[in-house]
Design a protein around this ligand. Structure first.
Ligand code: CA
Ligand code: CA
Ligand code: CA
Length: 183
């Protein structure tokens, strides 16, 4: 049974991933998401390929484990169940989810200082179709040590919390904005 907090987050994630907004996830939706992420890499082929590969792994997990009625599409309920049971399981989480975070961080950190400023973070989020209001609020929470930048470690911690934590107050819940209003 998926916790209420996790269901809420996976709901928010479903809405973000469902790029054509038809209420079903398809390979096309996931490829569209991968395209948004890959565009962040601005021609840096290694990061772009890593992102596309990770989204493809993610989709294959959803299709294999989530598409219980075999129609090649993943419904909201199928998504939430497969996210909990398969995508975020220890053997898959790194290759499907954290791989995207690592490639994103590498692509965005153009000056190589290993951190994201508020401007870099909000601009990245808006290119991924997250509203600036939500990402600015999220930045505050994700910058756990309050030094004004998000380190690679803070970013990874936020992702882990978003996907794995059932704690309503986990700062990483804010990855896509407030979960209560977004769900
Ligand atoms: Ca869709
Ligand atoms: Ca289905
Ligand atoms: Ca920080």
């Amino acid at each position: 049974m998926t916790s209420a907090v996790k269901s809420q987050k996976f709901n928010t994630l479903f809405d973000w991933f469902d790029q054509d907004r038809d209420g079903q996830l398809t390979q096309g939706d996931m490829q569209a998401m991968a395209g948004l992420f890959a565009a962040l890499a601005q021609g840096e082929r290694e990061s772009a390929t890593a992102m596309r590969d990770a989204f493809e792994r993610w989709w294959q997990l959803l299709l294999t484990h989530g598409d219980t009625d075999g129609d090649g599409r993943v419904s909201r309920d199928e998504f939430i169940a497969a996210m909990e049971a398969n995508v975020t399981s220890p053997e898959n989480f790194g290759s499907a989810v954290l791989a995207i975070a690592d490639a994103t961080m590498q692509a965005l950190d153009t000056d190589g200082d290993g951190v994201l400023s508020r401007e870099e973070y909000v601009s990245m989020a808006s290119r991924l179709s997250v509203s600036p209001v939500n990402s600015a609020a999220g930045f505050q929470k994700l910058d756990r040590d309050g030094d004004g930048v998000i380190s690679h470690e803070e970013y990874r911690t936020a992702l882990s919390e978003f996907f794995l934590s059932a704690d309503l107050d986990a700062p990483g819940n804010w990855l896509l904005g407030p979960i209560d209003s977004a769900a």
